[in-house]
Design a protein around this ligand. Structure first.
Ligand SMILES: [Zn+2]
Length: 89
């Protein structure tokens, strides 16, 4: 293999250990939920999901799950996280 390609692969392995270097600006994903498939998207810091819960609450289990999967690659100020106080249930 070409030596410069070997160097790039080594760099890629190093970068993959430092995911905070990657910050998503936009994406769309299909999300196969238990009852239906939704489209969940993130565009310039704004979340959107086609599920009904999102239209009422501005967040949903799909956006929260994607945040968990993508972790630090979602810019910190755009991470909605889970509400801390949902009452006792
Ligand atoms: Zn949703």
């Amino acid at each position: 293999m070409h030596s410069s390609m070997i160097g790039k692969i080594a760099k890629a392995k190093q970068y993959a250990q430092e995911p905070e270097r990657i910050q998503f600006t936009q994406f769309a994903a299909t999300f196969r939920g238990e009852n239906d498939t939704h489209t969940t998207s993130f565009d310039d810091g704004k979340w959107h999901c086609t599920c009904r819960f999102f239209s009422d609450w501005g967040t949903c289990c799909h956006t929260m799950a994607i945040e968990r999967v993508l972790g630090v690659t979602i810019p910190a100020e755009k991470r909605q996280g889970e509400p801390l106080k949902m009452g006792a249930y």
